[in-house]
Design a protein around this ligand. Sequence first.
Ligand code: NI
Length: 188
Amino acid sequence: MAILKIARMGHPILRAVAAPIDDPTAPEIAVLAEDMIDTMHDASGTGLAAPQIHMPMRMVIFTVYPERDRSEGGEGTGVPLTVLINPEIEPLSDEKELGWEGCLSIPGMMGEVPRFTHIRYWAYDLDGQRFEQEATGFHARVVQHECDHLDGILYPYRIEDMSRFGFSEELTRRGPQTRSDENLGEDQ
Ligand code: NI
């Protein structure tokens, strides 16, 4: 087990397009997944992409906590810790929704980001099995956020109203125009 250093916005690795993983079952990929899980838990995040720990490979991990799922239009069941290798996303409708996001590579900040509300994604798991999943609500949001990291995209690049970007501490103190505190500050 290892807790790895997380790259912060400004580091060139976060701008790079990550390379596909040739063999999802390789032992070093399993070790990388374990290290990413340890690092994400240590940082109290809800998602992490390999480039964030200086590994330019197409792998992300995420989880959706049931409370957050419920508060953002999901079914409330949450999603257990999931590893996606070489993921691909297809939007299933043109509809987008604004929601607050944070990122472990941009500590202390948050912003309101438009994301597709309904997607399908494909990925390989650590056993090399390709699987397919539909997602809505926060589940769809976190997958889009994490997969953006694989293409060198950070959430602030997608913010349309920059007045809705700032320090979490300030935004959550400012009252009802921002949503309740429990929705905020979940870093990805
Ligand atoms: Ni992030």
